[in-house]
Design a binder for this molecule. Structure first.
Ligand SMILES: *Cc1c(COP(=O)(O)O)cnc(C)c1O
Length: 391
């Protein structure tokens, strides 16, 4: 990888082109004017390398693509209007009618929707495997398997795949691999250097970092990205808009610093939770108690600020009371912003479905943002005291 500081602060920026302004300009334009028929005619021939129309290339977006490609150690990158669009485009560009996909079980919900509801319309089937064991990929592979879809770690239970091993197997069979790397970002894990073909992210999370943009990234070799740009990307027209690209450029300036803060604070909050009598278990990939700690340590530089734990509370009302008592954690989806968040798994079920024997229902996910960890620990402590007072 290029020097990280160079990527974050300088790569792709050409200040001589915009009055030496330190911050890059928002080139908020739909189209670009040409001085002659001959020059627009040659632009029509190659939208990949020309600014012609902002559904294709745009200068502000271009700076962002260069930085994100370099961060991933990739030749090229596309930035789209959501992480879901990154999933959709990367997958749809790599499969054809009759193909078979192997996916990790419980991938991001809209990846699952794509595999279960949309691709079957073209006779494309999907087998879900427990990605923690490479043997499961080998066993699920068929002659028509063309794509393996990974998400490592998973953003709820943090299940991990051995990315090098899966990539090696896939290459031996001519199968394309995609990895959702939203949890780590390329700063903490580099799927491409481990042999994965396409690294995708929800840029809504850490890249934006301020809970104000929805966006997604696809990074890979020019051989994969350029045809994707010329076909699916241009056709779906979901490229990021210049102002949102500019907000992501602003987020990138502090990406390394925010990640470090979030990660370190999460570990402090987790240490508090591990000792608490109402906590059964914590799930954090780089905690030595984590079942896949050794593979996490081998392929991830650090873990992020997102982790989960199970509560020793056997009634859904008590779990809800605990969550409702938190004042410093916002109850909201997503993560990767400045603000700390909480999400109980039981928010996704009807109350009557709750069964304390199903550990998943007692699971709570925390995202630790930029706040002082002591401030967050005090809040958790008060909520625990409030729920203990109930009985
Ligand atoms: C949020 C998320 C996505 C989807 O990203 P959007 O930007 O919300 O479309 C995909 N994968 C993971 C792991 C996510 O957390």
């Amino acid at each position: 990888m290029d020097d990280l500081s160079h990527i974050l602060f300088s790569l792709g920026e050409d200040r001589d082109n915009y009055f030496r302004s330190v911050a890059p300009p928002v080139i908020q334009t739909s189209n670009f004017a040409f001085s002659s028929v001959a020059s627009i005619r040659s632009a029509f021939k190659d939208e990949y390398s020309t600014f012609l129309y902002s559904r294709g290339k745009n200068p502000t977006v271009d700076i962002l693509c260069k930085k994100l490609a370099a961060l991933d150690g990739a030749e090229d990158a596309l930035v789209v209007n959501s992480g879901a669009a990154a999933i959709f485009l990367s997958v749809v560009s790599q499969v054809k009618s009759g193909d078979h996909i192997i996916s990790v079980k419980e991938p991001y919900s809209w990846a699952r929707h794509l595999f279960d509801q949309i691709l079957p319309k073209w006779g494309i089937t999907c087998t879900y495997v427990d990605g923690r064991d490479i043997a499961n990929f080998e066993a699920a592979s068929k002659p028509n398997t063309t794509l393996i879809y990974l998400e490592s770690p998973n953003s709820w239970d943090f299940a991990i795949q051995d990315l090098s091993a899966v990539a090696r197997f896939a290459k031996s069979k001519g199968i394309i691999t995609i990895c959702d790397n939203s949890y780590c970002t390329p700063i903490y894990q580099q799927p491409i250097s481990l042999g994965i073909d396409l690294s995708i992210q929800s840029a809504t999370k850490y890249i934006s970092g301020h809970s104000d943009v929805v966006a997604g990234v696809i990074a890979g070799s020019s051989a994969l990205i350029e045809p994707m740009f010329r076909s699916e990307y241009m056709c779906v027209g979901s490229g990021i808009q210049p102002f949102n690209a500019w907000l992501l450029l602003r987020g990138i300036r502090t990406l390394e610093t925010r990640l470090e803060r979030s990660s370190k604070s999460a570990q402090k909050v987790m240490e508090f939770l591990k000792e608490h009598p109402l906590v059964e278990e914590v799930f954090y990939p780089l905690d030595p108690s984590f079942a896949q700690y050794s593979i996490a340590k081998a392929q991830m530089k650090e873990a992020g600020g997102l982790f989960s734990f199970t509560l020793k509370l056997n009634q859904i009302d008590k779990i809800e009371f605990f969550i409702n008592s938190l004042k410093s954690f916002l109850l909201a989806v997503s993560w990767g912003g400045y603000e700390s968040l909480v999400m109980p798994k039981c928010a996704g079920i009807e109350k009557h479905e709750f069964n304390p024997l199903n550990k998943q229902y007692r699971m709570v996910r925390l995202y630790v943002g930029m706040e002082d960890p002591t401030y967050l620990i005090n809040d958790l402590n008060s909520a625990f005291l409030a729920v203990q007072d109930l009985s």
